[in-house]
Ligand binder design. Structure first.
Ligand code: TYD
Length: 214
């Protein structure tokens, strides 16, 4: 497979987005394995986190027990984690020509903080474009999950984090925000129902890779 170069760097940047319980981690694993079998060097990473400072910010913003965190503080913590991640991990990897597979990126902030916390999509986008120096994924795979289904898929896991624990109405507004982002820029998005089988979703993602626009 050959891949074009939309951001001017030789690597390929793929973000996986979707509500909690959408199956992003499973798809990230399958995708990374397929890319490695195709001979690519792959950097698998996630947000919030991905760097030592990002992991500390992740703990601050996701764990219960830090008292109330107001919406702007929450948005800035995610953006700070993302800034470190872009500058320390993602851009160096893309510069080397690697494929970066990132579990969540700016769209998560637009959905969770912009819509879920009512900060507004544009304000959150502006802060994050600044934090990342405008770096955008070549392809965003949106796994669209029904909030009730996402919650039941998560029920076997560890305790819910601060965001997961929000009520279904919060997760419904997030779902709409993700879908709005995809509608605004269809060439850069692949929207798949999370209700499909993991193998079928994986095949659909692989089919899309050579079609990523330049
Ligand atoms: P994630 O790591 O995907 O959850 P999990 O630990 O279950 O794999 O994401 C953690 C939570 O953080 C998730 O509920 C979404 C939320 N989040 C935001 O609210 N804004 C953001 O910008 C990001 C990256 C995540």
């Amino acid at each position: 497979m050959t891949y074009p170069l939309p951001h001017g760097l030789p690597g390929l940047f793929i973000a996986l987005e979707g509500g909690d319980g959408a199956g992003k981690s499973t798809q990230a694993s399958l995708l990374c394995r397929a890319l490695e079998e195709d001979g690519r060097t792959v950097v698998r990473t996630r947000e919030p986190g991905g760097t030592p400072i990002g992991e500390k910010l992740r703990a601050l913003v996701l764990e219960h027990g830090h008292g109330d965190i107001d919406a702007r503080t929450e948005a800035l913590l995610f953006a700070a984690s993302r800034a470190a991640h872009v500058h320390q991990v993602i851009v160096p990897a893309l510069t080397r020509g690697d494929v970066v597979v990132c579990d969540r990126y700016i769209d998560s902030s637009v959905a969770y903080q912009g819509a879920g916390r009512n900060l507004g999509a544009q304000a959150v986008l502006d802060v994050n474009r600044w934090a990342t120096d405008g770096l955008r994924p070549d392809l965003t795979v949106l796994l669209d999950v029904d909030p009730a289904e996402g919650r039941s898929r998560r029920s076997g896991r560890l305790a819910e984090d601060r965001l997961e624990a929000e009520p279904d109405a919060f997760h419904t507004s997030i779902r709409s925000a993700f879908l709005d982002l995809a509608r605004q820029d269809p060439a850069r998005y692949l929207v798949l129902s999370a209700a499909g089988s993991p193998d079928a979703i994986h095949e659909a993602i692989l089919e899309q890779l050579p079609r990523i626009p330049a």
